[in-house]
Every structure is written in C-alpha cells, then in structure tokens.
Design a protein around this ligand. Structure first.
Ligand SMILES: *Cc1c(COP(=O)(O)O)cnc(C)c1O
Length: 495
C-alpha cells in the first residue's frame, strides 16, 4: 500500500514520506499525517519471533512506503547498533505488576534516542531519493535533552551538519557537559547568554531568513529541523509499541489478541501518539494512559474537552514534560475530527489567538481510550521511593510520574489488564532528584558522587553515557549573545 502524507491544516498537496521527512512542517504550518492508516501484514505471533530491528522494519515499511527495502534496512541498521548498550534495544522489566519498557539504552540515555538515532539516516536517504544534493544543516534550540540526542544522532553522519544552541545558564551541569564534549567535525554547540525562549526565537528567525537561506544555498547547504513534529521522528516510535506487545506475547505474559494498556509520561504528545498509531495498524492496545506532571494541561483536556494553555508554567523535577503546548496533539485533534483539516485549523487558530479551544462532543467520543492522569512532584518522588523500597528497581522522575498515575488508575478502576509503562529516561540522567527521592532529603553533593551511590543502590552499572563525560575533553566553548547567533552559524559553515 502506497502511503502519502497531507497537512493537518488543509493544504491539498500530497507528499511522499521522504518529501514529508525533508520538509518537516507543511507550508501552511500544519503537521504531516498519513492520508490513510496502513495495517501490519505480519501476525503478532510472527512478529514475536523477530528481533527489534526486524519489528522496526515491519512497522516503518508500512508508513515509509516510498523507501526501498534496502534503503530502510540500511537506516535501521545504522541507527540501532552498538550506540545502544543492549541488543534488545528496548528491554522490558517487570516491577510491582507493571511492565516497564526501557527506552533509554541509547547514546544519551533518554527515549529521544529511539527516534533521533534513525532520523539523520532517514533524512540523508530522503535527500538522495529526491535528488537533493545539498548538505543538510540541522539547527536546534534546546533546553537540555533534545540537543544532546540530536547531536549524538547526527554526529559524523555524512551529508549533514548540526548546530545546537542552549541557554548557557539554563541547563544542568551534566546536560551541559554532555553537549560540550560532543565529538564529530560536523557538530557545533553554542551557549547563548539568553534563556531557552531566546534560543528558540533566534533559531526560528534563521529558519525564516530568506537572505541567509540564499547565501547557504549558494554554498550547497539547506536548513532542516529535527524537532518532534517531524514524521521521521514519530513513526520510528510506533515500532517499540509493536515490539512491546510482541515481547509480552513471546514471554507468555499475554495470549494472542489479548488487549493491553499503555502508560506514557507525556509532554509534547509524540510518544503517546505513536502508541495510538500502533493500535491503528493492528496492535491490541486498550487504553492510552496519558501521564502529566503539574503542567497538567492534557489531564484537564481529556477530562473536559477544553484545551487551555492560559495558566502558570511550572518548573518541575520532570523538566522534559514541562510543556503547555503539546504540538503533536494537533495530529490527534485532526484524527478525532474525522481527518478534518478545516475543523483542526479552526481549533489551532483559536489556540494561537485566545490560548484555548473546546472540541465537540463527537470528537470527545473518539478520544474515550485516552485517560488523563497527573502526579505532583511530591507524589512522583514518593512513588519512586516506594517502588525502590519494595523491589529495588529505580525509576527516573519522568517515568515516576507515569508509574504514580498508573498505580492510582488501577486503584480507582480495578482495571487488571496487562500494562506497559514507557520508561523514558535512565535514573542516572536525573540522579540528584532520584537520590533525593530515595533518601527523603535533598541531596546536595557533587553530581558524580551522587551517581556513584545511585549505581550501588540500584545495583546497575553506570551507563557509558555517564562514564564518558567524567573524563571527556571539552570540545565546544563558544558562548555568544542572542543577536550573534546568525553570525555564529555563518562562521561554522563558512558562509
Ligand atoms: C521528551 C520527553 C518526554 C515527553 O515525550 P513527548 O513525546 O514530548 O510527550 C518524557 N520523558 C522524557 C525523559 C523526555 O525526554
């Protein structure tokens, strides 16, 4: 089946997968969605005999239907290799009756590696397929995690360069070290004197700067973006929800066809939407339990049908979920309106004008399988401690939000279905908060001392990603004013 992509906002053109990956965002500002949903052509039993890469191929080939088998398998082999510290790629751990799908075994020990390790290969393959000769230049503004995952994904990938801007005083010490020690001649990391919004605004300005783009084109460069609305990030995430089901089946935890639930710590709505897509292609997921932190805009939305971003932004101990605009929700709004771009555009216009919109009852009825929940910072830390004391298993703060929400959901509903919890980061990535949770008091020691103790307590070897930055030399020390961002990009590219 040939799958094409269209915008969620009504522009009529259809695009191949490779065109949609290269373009990122549709010209009318919408997100690319498949015009029809494919179905898996292998049974769950057949898939349960396959390894991660094979399951990833069987999933992605459905959506990336203009890629040849060789092209797609090459992308998959280049992504899910020894950058991951286990051949299972996404192993599953049972604790207190729930199944934690560990999505943090890649280069930067957080789940964004699952997609960002393959995106560069999807992009360069897409460029070749469309006879684009330019070198792809990725520009990213980061508040910490995405930047490093993108750097690790694009480093040394031929035909690409990547420039990452981060707020010099706005990321954790570990996050900064992870970035400034990044190897690869095609990478550039720059601290700016402003905050994350300044970095983001500066990057957006460059994307919209016609003169800069023209100068780049003369030298054979073209800008692209690696952010989570690219369909090349969403689809690779569908694969691990197929994989999770088939592992449970392979291990005799469920019978073929039995429905299971998924619990996903959510920010931008990309990860949980991937699970919804997994159901659409034929995997028996029942409920999608959407777990938020104190920025509970999605919890309120699923409860009331009103999305309202007009509220105080809370900085929490699960920072990668501190979001008030969940960009990928737009795709779900489009689908729940019956793939209606006009309706979706109207809601998005209201959101940008008034900061709020309310969906219809009919749309709400299409979202009944989504269950919203949230956890406060104290509830999250409390649950991390409780689970550790009962089982010895240590969660990071993001996964802790999901685990608390799931526990509460089971107590309230009595729903006994087997449940998979997306475990989105290694506890080593947020070791200070995690250790404070376990000990019940704020841990103020040096990061690496805390990490040593965490490794002992959790009986888990320190991940390579941490060991590397203990001694790795600093390779990036550029700091600039917000106004100098363009100049820095020009200097790096020689434009
Ligand atoms: C990005 C991120 C999330 C949120 O994922 P979305 O796809 O944006 O919903 C959750 N946990 C961690 C650790 C993350 O880095």
């Amino acid at each position: 089946m040939d799958i094409k992509y269209q915008s969620t906002r009504g522009q009529k053109e259809q695009y191949t997968a490779s065109q949609a990956i290269l373009q990122g965002l549709a010209e009318d500002g919408g997100l690319f969605v498949p015009t029809s949903m494919p179905k898996l052509d292998k049974t769950m039993a057949e898939l349960s005999q396959m390894d991660y890469k094979q399951v990833a191929y069987e999933t992605m080939k459905l959506f990336f239907s203009d890629f040849t088998e060789d092209e797609l398998k090459n992308c998959i082999n280049n992504a899910y290799d020894s950058k991951f510290d286990t051949e299972e790629i996404a192993p599953m751990v049972e604790a207190c009756g729930a199944y934690y799908l560990e999505l943090f075994h890649g280069a930067t020990i957080a789940f964004k590696d699952m997609a960002l390790s393959i995106l560069p290969h999807l992009m360069t393959t897409s460029a070749k397929k469309n006879n684009r000769k330019e070198e792809i230049v990725i520009l990213t503004a980061t508040s910490g995690d995405t930047g490093k995952a993108a750097l690790a994904g694009f480093a040394e990938v031929p035909g690409t360069r990547i420039v990452v801007f981060y707020p010099k005083n706005g990321v954790s010490a570990i996050q900064e070290r992870q970035m400034v020690t990044q190897k690869g001649a095609n990478t550039k990391v720059i601290g700016i004197t402003g905050n994350f919004d300044d970095a983001q605004t500066g990057v957006k300005k460059m994307f919209g700067n016609a003169e800069l783009k023209a100068d780049l084109a003369k030298k054979g460069f073209v800008f692209s973006s690696a952010n989570s609305i690219n369909i090349g990030r969403l689809i690779p995430q569908v694969a691990y929800y197929v994989y999770a089901y088939t592992r449970l089946l392979a291990n005799g935890r469920i019978s073929d066809g039995e429905e299971i639930n998924a619990v996903v710590p959510t920010g931008n709505f990309g990860n949980i939407l991937a699970c919804y897509y997994a159901k659409q292609i034929g995997v028996p997921y029942a409920k999608f339990i959407c777990a938020s932190n104190e920025n509970r805009v999605l919890y309120d939305f699923f409860k009331t049908g009103t999305y309202d971003r007009r509220r105080e932004f809370v900085l929490t101990n699960s920072p990668s979920m501190d979001i008030l605009i969940s960009s990928n929700l737009e795709r779900m709004i489009f689908h729940s309106a019956g793939n209606n771009a006009e309706a979706n555009s109207a809601f998005m216009a209201q959101l940008s004008k008034d900061g709020v919109y309310t969906i219809t009852d009919e749309m709400k009825s299409k979202l009944v399988n989504f269950v919203g929940g949230y956890a406060t910072q104290e509830e999250t830390l409390g649950y991390i401690r409780e689970l550790y004391e009962k089982t010895g298993y240590v969660l990071d703060t993001h996964t802790g939000v999901a685990a608390y929400v799931y526990d509460k959901y089971v107590k309230e509903t009595g729903d006994k279905k087997v449940s998979v919890i997306a475990s989105t980061a290694s506890p080593f990535k947020f070791s200070r908060a995690v250790m404070s949770a376990i000990k019940g008091v704020e841990d103020t020691r040096d990061d690496f001392e805390i990490i040593d103790e965490l490794s002992e307590l959790a009986k888990v070897a320190e991940p390579k990603a941490i060991t590397e930055i203990r001694t790795a030399p600093v390779l990036h020390d550029t700091v600039c004013e917000t106004e100098e961002m363009e100049q820095q990009v020009r200097a790096f590219l020689g434009v």
